[in-house]
Design a protein around this ligand. Sequence first.
Ligand SMILES: CC(=O)N[C@@H](CCC[C@H](N)C(=O)O)C(=O)O
Length: 381
Amino acid sequence: MAKVYPFSSIRRELHEIPEPGFKEFKTQKYILDYLNRFPGKRLEIKTWKTGIFVRIPGENPTITIGYRTDIDGLPIQEETGLPFTSKHKPFMHACGHDFHMSIALGVLTHFIDHPIDDHLLFIFQPAEEGPGGAEPMLKTDIMKEWKPDIITALHIAPEYPVGTIALKEGLLFANTSELFIDLKGKGGHAAYPHETNDMVVAACSLVSQLQTVVSRNINPLDSGVITIGKITGGTVQNIIAETARLEGTIRTLSVSSMEKVKQRIEQLVEGIRAGYQCEAVIDYGSMYHEVYNEQKLTREFMDYAAAKPGVTVHECTEAMTGEDFGYMLKEIPGFMFWLGVNSEHGLHHSMLSPDEKAIEVAISLITDYFTFKSSSTDLSL
Ligand SMILES: CC(=O)N[C@@H](CCC[C@H](N)C(=O)O)C(=O)O
């Protein structure tokens, strides 16, 4: 068994208790219990739903430096076989939020005993995987009172080795929109198809047609994704389905492409309505603003990280992943970066197993950068 680094044990305990968005009750309690280990320290703690804000007041503050972690898990049946596998099946920390939280606690713990000039605000945000906690958290009175002047977050990256971080100035992650389409027609006996309008056939046809939107309606030099991750419909093998439901997500690099994709989806769904004589309802669920890294802070951080022993900075291209941290970056200058964790299996995979050595790499990099940033005379953007 690999060596367990201090914050790896926290990561393992959090890994055992993944919870869906806005139901992170045990996770919230775990973090609050951890924070309560530091009585008498200058920690200011406020909760919002299942999220937590923690402020460490600065000694001689000019600004507030923000750090955000997400805290929710995903509905995935874990197959890692790890001794600290999920106890909340079928949920799993398959997007690294257990890493993100333990890194946030590591950075926070460092600053409890090493206060800096500026205020620090740690945001433990629920529901990143959906329906989104960042946007409503931004609107809270707590955020208005403690609003950071700059903000940072990271996301684990299975494809990079430990010690590598990846980022770029400007656009890093895509605009996203969830997509739910409910079809309702007439079901019936499997042997009497002429008396029905089979919603399984309609759903299959619609999924195929949706594949043409990106390939035939988006400029090939632009990018887009439509993924249908789930189809449900029908009841048993010898009954023609009365209903079917498609669940998916849309990703684009611009708001205008998102509008175009949605317009095209609506036209295709209208065709299904007419062609299959059925009802069809589209729901776009939650939408996330793109993650856009502020140029000057990002470049400064890249230069800072590149000079740090043991850290390699890779200038990456944008990804079609989504992150509601994009809403925070829309209002507060800052950046997000990928943290290499060297896992054979990728994000949202049942066998994702990131290398825990990356936790200490991230804690060290972020604490050093915040200390540098706070003592830096140039706080202008
Ligand atoms: C980093 C990451 O994997 N984020 C998720 C965000 C999902 C947002 C929403 N539920 C959707 O599916 O559109 C991602 O899938 O990129």
